[in-house]
Design a protein around this ligand. Structure first.
Ligand SMILES: [Zn+2]
Length: 278
């Protein structure tokens, strides 16, 4: 009996050692991630990792937020964290920026990103008044373009953003997402204009009348124009990003993913976008 007991003891000890070793081993990856985080993202990262599969509490999330990548003296920036992100395969591999519009108010956009998992997100929103919301730290990939690691939906993606040794590389890995607070297509409604959700757009918005020449923009002939302040801040934010990451490819969502239409015909493409003809 004693020998049997001893063998059992030995087996369970060996099992425990192996099991513990395995736990430690599988934790290596988490440890590595935690170690090389910016100090300003640690609480946020830990909160998201431990809660996003079981339910995010917005109040708790806002208590465990991150420090913006942008200097508060240069930009008026508010952080509204979302847990809809993943770690980039290579943290420093940022090669481009994708421009989107929110299809509604910035508050409805970031609230959506805060609640949904698995959901969508972007790093930045530039509001109509030029203030900025940051929802995802730049070091992480935001869920803003949905190519699902395949060129089926994103065949127009330039190689520098989407090609790795001949294989399709998801552009979320290599890009920063900037949303512009904008309704996109609008429709005459009760003496003014409403967005696709029938919410009236701000009274001081300018309406861009589209000539209908591109079948991509079939939703309406009316689009909300981007505010001057917004485009000024976009220019400033892009040069800030390029000062930190070098030359970036700047394109719209619809330039990469064929099923998308944003940022739409009202966006001044030639002023901002990388010329793809060369
Ligand atoms: Zn988009």
């Amino acid at each position: 009996m004693k020998a049997k007991f001893f063998i059992r003891f030995l087996v369970s000890t060996v099992f425990l050692i192996l099991f513990n070793f395995q736990i430690v081993h599988s934790d290596d990856y988490t440890e590595r991630i935690a170690d090389d985080l910016r100090p300003g993202t640690r609480d946020y990262y830990t909160y998201c990792m431990s809660h996003r599969d079981y339910g995010i509490d917005i109040y708790e999330l806002n208590e465990n937020t991150f420090v913006s990548d942008l200097d508060g003296n240069e930009f008026q920036v508010d952080v509204k964290p979302s847990c809809n992100f993943s770690r980039r395969l290579n943290d420093t591999d940022i090669r481009g920026v994708v421009i989107h519009y929110t299809n509604g108010s910035s508050q409805s956009a970031y609230s959506w990103w805060q609640n949904q998992y698995p959901g969508t997100s972007a790093h930045y929103i530039i509001n109509r008044d030029g203030s900025i919301i940051q929802s995802i730290p730049e070091i992480y990939a935001a869920y803003h373009i949905g190519c699902y690691w395949s060129d089926d939906l994103c065949g127009n993606c330039p190689d520098r953003l989407c090609s790795n040794k001949g294989y399709f590389y998801d552009p979320e890995e290599t890009t920063i997402a900037i949303e512009l607070e904008n309704a996109g297509p609008v429709f005459p409604d009760a003496g003014w204009y409403a967005d696709i959700f029938h919410n009236p757009i701000p009274r001081d918005s300018v309406i861009f009348v589209y000539d209908g020449s591109d079948p991509l923009y079939h939703a309406s002939i009316y689009y909300e124009a981007f505010s001057e302040k917004q485009l000024e801040v976009l220019e400033k934010l892009l040069s800030n990003l390029e000062s930190r990451y070098g030359d970036l490819i700047i394109l719209g969502h619809s330039d990469i993913q064929q099923v998308s239409v944003d940022p739409g015909p009202a966006f001044p493409r030639t002023k901002f976008f990388t010329d793809r003809s060369d």
